[in-house]
Structure formats: structure tokens, C-alpha cells
Design a protein around this ligand. Sequence first.
Ligand code: S3P
Length: 158
Amino acid sequence: MAKVLIGFMGSGKSTVARLLDDNFVDMDTIITNKIDMPIADFFEKKGEIAFRELESHVLEDLLETDQVISTGGGVVVSEKNRQLLAANDQTIYLKADFDTLYDRISADCQNIRPLFINNSKKDFRAIFEARQAWYEEIASQIIDVTGKSPQEIIGEIE
Ligand code: S3P
């Protein structure tokens, strides 16, 4: 059974996944390799819907494995993905408040998130709020990561 980390952008999914397993799989990296361009460029050229379709296929394949998987924050937008993730035994939600996440995302110059650069702070907050219930309803475990070190978070993962 795959161990899947879900949560909004900036919640530390990849950092925690790497600590759980050096050979973790990062969905965004797989998708970037497939599309051969940065995700922000793909959003601009093909649109978010095309990205979500790709993301869904990648998720479905990965859930067949026993790997540690770091998802993209929007993986919960698709109902099919939510069903797949809810059926998975270990779907761990790394939960944090909006301001903490917004500060982290703003400071991250290496990972340019299209939804961050293309939305006002108000609209970005609305995206965050719309997703909260989805993360919570499909998670087998919810960890409040605000103010915690990656090691502390690892210690809480069952
Ligand atoms: C997205 C989150 C990103 C990436 C894409 C869309 C989202 O992943 O998949 O930019 O819709 O929340 P991270 O959560 O790893 O930043």
C-alpha cells in the first residue's frame, strides 16, 4: 500500500516524504519529466484541466505501488482522485494555516506555482479554503504541521 502525503502547496510534503524514504516519488517531478517543461509553462500552454488529467493518470499508477508519494496540492480537485485517495489506507494530510503557507510559498523562488502567481492573495486564499474539506475527508491521518520540524512530523506519522 502506498504512503501518500497530501496538503496545500508549501505544507512540506516533499521534505517529509524524503525523510520517510530517500526513494520517495514526487508527482510533480514525474509530471514535469513527462511534459518536458515547467508546470507553470504547461498551465499557460495547455491549461489546468489538461494538467489535472495528467495528474490523475500518474496518481492512479502510483497508487498501485508501495512507494512513499508526495502529491501536488491540487490532487484533491478531481473527484476521481479523491475516491482513489480515500480508498488508500495511508493518506496523510499535512495541515497548516493559510498565512504560514502563504509566507512559505512567497519565499520559495525555486518552485514557481502557477496558481500562486496568477491569483490575488484573496483568490488564492479562496482556493485554499475550498480544498480544506477535501483534504480532511479523504485523509486517514491529519497532522497539524504548523511550527513543527520535519523530524517532529515524521514522529507523528503512524
Ligand atoms: C498545485 C500544486 C503544485 C503543482 C501545481 C498545482 C495546486 O504542487 O502540482 O502547481 O493546484 O495546488 P505543490 O503542492 O507541490 O506545490
